[in-house]
Ligand binder design. Structure first.
Ligand code: ATP
Ligand code: MG
Length: 257
């Protein structure tokens, strides 16, 4: 039996003005599972993720949280429900420090005062978990893109998410940073977090996903266990035709030879 669905979409449609970009998307995020949402540029991955996180409202269809229909009024409602999203575009306050970003909007207090010691200790703890050695006092504007992504990940880890939505988290990470992220993903999975992630690197998808869901031009064209789909089949589902002609891995046989 599959684990219970934590967050789900049912026949979700999204239009921007007159243009419909998602056409009846249905998917389930389950406790302790990693779902990879893949598709070409513009397929609708980020839009789907933003709807799940409460950042965009669907034009039609339902969002179910623990099987009950919910209406998210804002990102705040999504966060209240334990849904944390790491954006494709960074979502950090550049003029604040690493630590201020991690606790932005939920600063820890001791009575009336900020509990600076505790925030410092926790910041160091979250960064250590992802093997990131930046100074908590460093301004985010001074960080490299990959360190910014590590701060986003630390911030997400600090929130005890029930659902973690990551939009192309590895795009700016090095190979070893990706390994560290995947270790954390495995730990969160073991703790029962439902995880949704997207990547253009199909090898990563094959490595970490339990379920692979493919969007093509806003339509869900494949949804099934990761172990039952090869990377070639993922690519074919994404573009809608056999891509082995585009990327031949064997030399073509010459006609007549
Ligand atoms: N705010 C918006 N206003 C108008 N159109 C939008 C908006 N956001 C997304 N779109 C359109 O919706 C479609 C899906 O975009 P989306 O960003 O969800 O794709 P994606 O799969 O995340 O692509 P990528 O791989 O490039 O990140 C695209 O055609 C895009 O131009
Ligand atoms: Mg996107």
């Amino acid at each position: 039996m599959s684990p219970p669905s934590v967050l789900a979409l049912r026949q979700v449609t999204k239009s921007f003005g007159p243009v419909e970009v998602l056409h009846g998307v249905t998917l389930d995020l389950r406790a302790g599972e990693v779902l990879a949402l893949i598709g070409e540029n513009g397929a609708g991955k980020s839009t789907t993720m933003k709807i799940l996180a409460g950042i965009e409202a669907p034009s039609a269809g339902q969002i179910l949280l623990d099987g009950q229909e919910v209406t998210f009024g804002s990102l705040h409602d999504g966060e209240e429900a334990g849904i944390v999203m790491i954006h494709q575009e960074f979502n950090l306050a550049e003029q604040l420090t690493v630590e201020q970003n991690i606790f932005l909007g939920r600063e820890l207090r001791k009575g009336w005062l900020l509990d600076k010691a505790r925030m410092r200790r926790l910041t160091r703890e979250y960064l250590a978990r992802i093997n990131c050695h930046i100074d908590p006092d460093m301004l985010v504007s001074k960080l490299s893109n990959s360190d910014k992504q590590m701060v986003e990940i630390a911030k997400a880890l600090s929130r005890d998410a029930r659902v973690l939505v990551m939009d192309e988290p590895t795009a700016v990470l090095t190979g070893s940073e990706t390994r560290i992220l995947f270790e954390q993903v495995r730990a969160l999975k073991a703790a029962g977090t439902a995880i949704l992630f997207t990547s253009h690197k199909l090898g990563e998808v094959a490595e970490i996903a339990d379920t692979v869901t493919v969007l093509r031009d806003g339509t869900l064209v494949h949804d099934g266990p990761a172990r039952e789909i090869t990377e070639d089949e993922m690519a074919t589902a994404m573009v809608g035709r056999d891509v082995s002609d585009l990327f031949p891995d064997k030399p073509a046989v010459a006609p007549g030879g």
